[in-house]
Design a binder for this molecule. Structure first.
Ligand code: SF4
Length: 284
């Protein structure tokens, strides 16, 4: 069986940077914690925990030392609260996320109604909402966009969670423009890495008999990649580690393609490739 890796796998720039910053801080042997998972990958979080990073859910659980802010960013209200408590912050927010935050803030200050295309429960979107405190809506797709209570004379600005698919973003833009607010501005805040990864995965899924998407189930960009692949090839599967591979997926498979989320380290992908090798030997 032939195994083809997508051109883009492993950590993206933002995740690589966040993990490196956390590791550097851990090297200083001070108490370090992260508010939620620093990235959406269990293996990496486990590895950082072994090195001393404590994951806390609430700021009340941070009593000393330094808190590492994840690559998804942090709400300005929460950041202020942490600083007020005398706790240091190491901010690993990805520059692409920072850019979306700056745009949301600027537009909100100028009086625009900000519409964010994304998942309202994702930490990046939750923080982004707080950068546009006046009037802000989160919609996940065109169906939710139809139900938005925008007024004809609203000045509307649409931005995106960095890991959304371009198709979904444009569908929302088209839907909102359909009921013509007075003024509408659009900012494509989708990150290039996420967009590129989706495009490469889409192309690869069209050429193989089985497509594997390796990444965390709570990772937004991994979920998007899986959706993209599944649309092209039904025999597409999302898995977090090699232990989840199933022999039945490989029946009559001559070529298997692999892509990964932006927070999946290369070593996890290598383990998946190795296990596929042993499955292939077993079933041939
Ligand atoms: S996927 Fe994009 S926005 Fe998210 S951390 Fe990576 S580079 Fe940054």
């Amino acid at each position: 069986m032939k195994i083809v890796l997508a051109e883009k796998t492993g950590f993206c720039f933002g995740v690589k940077r966040a993990v490196a910053m956390a590791e550097e801080a851990l090297g200083k042997k001070e108490p370090i914690c992260s508010l939620g998972s620093i990235i959406h990958n269990k293996q990496v979080v486990r590895d950082l925990s072994r090195k001393g990073l404590k994951v806390v859910k609430n700021i009340d659980d941070i009593t000393e030392g330094t808190v590492v802010v994840s690559s998804h960013g942090i709400s300005p209200k929460v950041a202020k609260d942490i600083v007020k408590r005398g706790i240091k912050i190491i901010d690993t927010t990805c520059p692409f996320v920072l850019n979306a935050q700056k745009i949301a803030k600027r537009l909100s200050e100028k009086g625009y109604v900000v519409v964010i295309v994304g998942d309202s429960k994702h930490p990046e979107v939750k923080a982004l909402v707080d950068f546009a405190p006046k009037r802000v809506f989160v919609v996940k797709d065109k169906h939710q966009a139809v139900r938005l209570r925008l007024k004809k004379d609203d000045r509307v600005s649409i931005i995106s969670q960095t890991t959304q698919s371009m198709t979904n973003f444009l569908d929302v833009v088209k839907t909102i423009s359909g009921y013509a607010p007075k003024e509408m501005t659009i900012f494509n805040t989708i990150c290039h890495d996420a967009e590129n990864r989706q495009e490469r995965a889409r192309q690869l899924a069209g050429k193989v008999d089985l497509m594997l998407v390796v990444g965390g189930r709570d990772s937004a960009n991994t979920k998007r990649l899986f959706e993209v692949c599944k649309k092209v090839l039904d025999n597409s599967h999302l898995l977090e580690s090699e232990g989840e591979l199933k022999e039945k997926w490989f029946e009559s498979v001559k070529t298997a393609g692999i892509t990964s989320g932006a927070s999946t380290p290369e070593w996890v992908i290598k383990k998946v490739v190795k296990k596929i090798g042993s499955i292939s030997r077993k079933i041939s």
